[in-house]
Design a binder for this molecule. Structure first.
Ligand SMILES: Nc1ncnc2c1ncn2[C@@H]1O[C@H](COP(=O)(O)OP(=O)(O)OP(=O)(O)O)[C@@H](O)[C@H]1O
Length: 184
């Protein structure tokens, strides 16, 4: 079977207290033993990974991200991004919020991946690693450097090489939040 390099996971978040208070109803169900969700009455969608409302940060990381980190340390590139409408749980899952104030169990993808990457580096003193980080927000077609908010949005551009590959954006936040790794 052909190996498809892009994998898509869906994560259902639990209702928030304010949603319960306003009597909002859950409109999405998991299909047992299938990587599918049903929206409404009968709209079935299939994904590579499906996480229900009780899924943990650890589970999402272990299933979707850890294998990529292993590949990264073997010299492959990987990109992870979260996509969804406002309030759907991108920041929570990717772990882009105030990391210091988040309980260890609740930490999302970015702090877990960074911790594991540096753990790997410290265990392989015979190899030279160079780690670069950038954190870019793309919102309404404009780029903002989240590590240097003074930079004008006009100074940042997405560039492509002759093959159409985009450059070294290392963490992207748009209606999408993401993290890219590049081995140097
Ligand atoms: N899996 C989850 N378990 C518990 N709470 C969650 C989960 N996912 C999201 N939440 C909560 O839902 C709320 C909205 O999530 P979040 O801020 O991550 O959404 P977002 O997609 O990043 O929104 P925006 O695009 O507006 O920034 C937050 O209070 C967050 O803590």
């Amino acid at each position: 079977m052909e190996e498809i390099p892009v994998k898509v996971a869906v994560r259902i978040r639990p209702l928030l207290s304010k949603e319960i208070l306003h009597n909002h109803q859950v409109c999405v169900r998991l299909v047992p033993n299938a990587k599918q969700v049903i929206i409404g009455k009968d709209h079935v969608f299939t994904f590579d990974f499906v996480f229900g409302k009780n899924s943990t940060q650890e589970e999402v990381y272990a299933v979707c991200i850890k294998p990529l980190l292993v590949s990264l340390t073997e010299g492959y590139n990987a990109t992870v991004f979260a996509y969804g409408q406002t309030g759907s749980g991108k920041t929570y899952t990717i772990g882009g919020d105030h990391i210091a104030s988040v309980a260890v169990d609740e930490r999302g993808i970015i702090p877990r991946a960074i911790q594991e990457l540096f753990q790997h580096i410290s265990e392989h003193c015979n190899i030279n690693f160079r780690v670069k980080v950038s954190y870019i927000e793309v919102y309404k077609e404009e780029l903002r450097d989240l590590l240097d908010l003074e930079t004008s949005v006009k100074e940042l551009h997405i560039r492509e090489d002759e093959k159409g590959n985009t450059g070294r954006i290392s963490a992207v936040k748009f209606g999408i939040l993401g993290l890219s790794f590049y081995c140097c």
